[in-house]
Design a protein around this ligand. Structure first.
Ligand code: NAD
Length: 261
């Protein structure tokens, strides 16, 4: 038993010897995943369209930065990324808020490319190595919007629901090879992506930013606060760890009770 004066034990470096690839690893949840995976012992490749952010995240984690635009529809665009990875975290994402009848088709296509096609291509090209190792972990950063819809987010909700399907098919095909695939479904996380939405909604509705958080974003959440990126990263590391080997094809809500309602 630990007393109040005894520091808690250091987290086990359960991923020592493993290699991970994190998309969108330069910011927000992705950056937190890079930090947490490295702290758990993994060597981390950071893939991001933002060169400076990718470099900073990789340097801080003693990993490698890769500058790549996942919106590039060219099938060879991802060839710069390593295939010999034990863990893939499909995290890169973006949002566009507009009514369906005004939704720009090119934004819809871009969001599907980054949040569905790129994860498909990355899973497709990393599975052969994982199958050869008899071990692998696919962690898809989905959203509460992979399980529930919100108005004005057609592209994002469609993409996250598609990612849920992709993750489940991966789980079924990869199980016999020791590879799991799961989704994490956060509610609103305090990251640059959400900060932008708060600013935009406050301006659009002419209300204070605090009201956007409590009355708009968290209206359907039982817990009335934004989650920290580190909490999402903690779940990602757990899904890669020894206690989660039987968890596959699952969707893990970190949504403050949103989907319970
Ligand atoms: P963020 O904006 O802080 O970071 C996203 C990262 O993805 C950035 O580093 C960005 O450069 C990178 N990226 C964007 N487009 C890219 C592209 N075309 N190619 C390569 N990299 C690209 O966002 P975040 O809030 O950390 O979101 C990360 C993931 O978590 C997304 O998939 C998002 O949908 C999901 N999510 C976020 C929240 C939230 O509240 N923030 C909630 C649920 C799910």
């Amino acid at each position: 038993m630990t007393s109040a004066l005894t520091p808690p034990p250091a987290p086990a470096r359960s991923l020592t010897g493993r290699t991970a690839l994190v998309t969108g690893g330069g910011s927000g949840i992705g950056r937190a995943c890079v930090t947490a995976l490295a702290a758990a012992g993994a060597y981390v490749h950071v893939a991001d369209v933002d060169a400076e952010a990718a470099k900073a995240a990789a340097e801080a984690a003693d990993g490698t930065a890769h500058v790549v635009d996942l919106a590039d529809a060219d099938a060879d665009a991802l060839d710069c990324l390593p295939t010999a990875v034990d863990i893939v975290v499909n995290n890169a994402g973006l949002q566009h808020v507009a009514a369906l009848h005004e939704f720009p088709p090119e934004q819809f296509t871009r969001i599907q490319q980054v949040m569905v096609t790129a994860p498909f291509l990355l899973i497709r090209r990393s599975l052969p190595y994982m199958y050869g190792q008899g071990w692998g972990r696919i962690v898809n950063i989905s959203s509460v919007h992979g399980l529930r819809a919100s108005a004005y987010k057609a592209a994002y909700v469609a993409a996250k629901h598609a990612l849920e399907g992709l993750s489940k098919v991966t789980a079924l095909e990869a199980a016999e090879h020791g590879v799991t695939s799961n989704c994490i479904n956060p509610g609103y996380v305090r990251t640059p992506l959400v900060e932008q939405q708060i600013t935009a909604q406050a301006a659009a509705h002419a209300i204070p930013q605090e009201s956007v958080i409590s009355d708009v974003l968290l209206k359907r959440s039982a817990i009335k606060r934004l989650i920290a990126p580190e909490d999402v990263a903690g779940a990602a590391v757990w899904l890669c760890g020894p206690h989660a080997a039987f968890v596959t094809g699952a969707s893990l809500p970190l949504d403050g009770g949103w989907t319970a309602g």
